[in-house]
Design a binder for this molecule. Sequence first.
Ligand code: ADP
Ligand code: ZN
Length: 740
Amino acid sequence: MQSISVAVPIPFLDLLTYRVPEHLELPSIGARVRVPVGTRTVTGCVVEHGVNGHAPEGLKDIGEVLDREPFLPPNVVDLCRWVADYYLAGIGDAIAAAMPPGARNKASSFRTRRVASLTAHGMAAAQDPAADHLSKNQRRALEALHGVTSLALSDLRERGITSDVVTRLAARGLVTLRGEADERDPFERSVLAGYVHDATRRLTTEQADAFAQLGTLADSREFRVALLHGVTGSGKTEIYARLADQVRQQGRQTLLMVPEIALTPSVAALFRQAFGDRVAIQHSALSDGERHDQWHRIRRGDVDVVVGTRSAVFVPLSRLGLIVVDEEHDTSYKQEEAPRYHGRDVAVVRAQRERALVVLGSATPSMETYQHAENGKYARATLARRVLDRPLAAVSIVNMREEYKDEGPDVVISRALAAAIEDRLTRREQVLVLLNRRGYATAVLCRQCGDTFECPNCTISLTVHTARSGWRARCHYCNYSTMVPKACRKCAAPYLEHAGFGTERVEQHLRDRFPDARIGRVDRDSVRRKGALTSLLSRFAAGDLDVLVGTQMIAKGHDFPRVTLVGVISADVGLGLADFRAAERTFQLLTQVAGRAGRGERTGEAIVQTLYPEHYSIQLACRQDYPAFFEKELIYRRTMRYPPAMALVNAVVRGRSFDEAMQTATDLVRRLEPASALGGFLILGPAPAPLMRLRGEHRVQFFMKGTRRADMRLALKAVLAEMPDVRRRVTVDVDPLSVL
Ligand code: ADP
Ligand code: ZN
């Protein structure tokens, strides 16, 4: 008798073991099976075979086996097991991350469409006007099908020929009907229009050197990791494409990971042009149907290259030779829900298992990656200059404390920035204006009693947005929203004031100031409608907008050659956060956004407004001096014992009351102390989390800090296993990116 271990799509559950009844064949690893869990039947995935002949007593039987062949290939099942183990996630959650949409349904196959084609008999009839007493419509159908391989019934219907007519022809043996896979092609969307890839272009000397170096690593067919450290506009994408081509010629495949496809359409477009329909695309903005189709193309081995976002790290490729992680420092590679994995780090693990090369590309590498390059664990290729000797943008700082002194406290745009915008508008050049904070105002404040307008569910002040009906206050964490009242809720005084400002206010300010300029805004609020982001970006690319205001979304890898000015409204937005990565984020954001200027023939300029002109992250970003930033930041991380000097695990305990959460957290910490005393790690806390209340729950957190990550993970795992009812109230984050 045989048993199998199955991952089921239920949070926090470990593998479940079942018996395979005599009349069923042993399903393969990666196959989907229907299994009973409690009173339900769910679709799970086979992860392990039990030892033959030793199925323990009392096991439940599996139900139906959905796949003869593995649905998920074994290499992906293994990767999911690693993810579940490393990130302390449920195996079911990890497997779910790798599944295409609709995989839990019994028949996960192509949506088919019905197509008709002529039989030999039908072909003869089509050519014989006197044939077989055909009706007028039947004759028209035969004519339409004559000379083509087949036509979809939907196409025939558009020509006024109903499926009834076709069915009758089929009954007479003149036509055959069959189902044909209807593959949707997400590349056909206009996102990718307008980019031209010139395959004959010559690489610059720097590009050629980097390509040769990385190409040798790819040829070795060994696991290697390389950092491609190239300043903004140095032509990294071109190198990725050539490496992918080299790998393809050896019969192996490439996975290109990008932070957000809609924000970097040029990368996807270049790959599409270079590899035609041998490219598949995987990201969450695709419809379920599209994702499903693309996934099955990959699974069948029909592609050489996959372009995708973080979840693409699980795509079912079987001959992987290269993984490129573009903009590897980008925080969107980290999934902030279970399983809380980092796409870049999982990519490295996957490459190790499949003996592939990983190229991590960035102008502003993460501290972790750069440190590995410094100590020789990763290879490194450097592009120190922009292509065609274009200079980097000249960056200047405006000290806003002085601006306020001269111009009053309500200044949004400094004199220097306003003059520069005016100048670009007259020269018909384009401008990007960055403020990494959305909304109109960041707080509502009563001038009489000082009451602020907080979210009833979260410890955070509500953000004010402009709405058709007036001012609306919204929580950016739980989405609670309400109209801003005319008077204070506490003291009834009618002196409510908007404090702080976000992108909506900047947009309005620019409209008032430059009434003739065509201005667009890109942030989470303005692009909520499907297609809105694409439309804004392509209007800007086409020159139909002069100024684009936005959050960090405009700082990513865009290539708009007509942008010659980048303005940063408050460079220090992120510096106030109680987050050890605040300086790194600020440095990256400023360097990246300055990198959007001057990518065409005309030189670029960036103007940075800040209250802290002397802060090193701002100073060094303005000089675009990455190595100096790394040195300085590393000293701080070492002193404070933060990553990459140490590894970090964060646990947040949620509770109905603060006391409940605190008690549970204290209990957990107490149980961890014996392991900590053995010297593997330190425990900090428990303490109230910076966001003390979130979505109505109270939150208490603690940290584990140490150099031996495995010790921390194992200790925490063991403790949580002792307390199964507590498990679902604890959010564990291994290698957290954000500790709010
Ligand atoms: P990065 O990703 O390093 O910021 P991109 O790959 O976007 O840079 O390249 C910047 C610009 O330079 C793009 O418009 C690209 O088409 C162009 N480019 C890249 N390589 C070359 C080259 N060898 N010759 C001319 N133009 C190039
Ligand atoms: Zn809230």
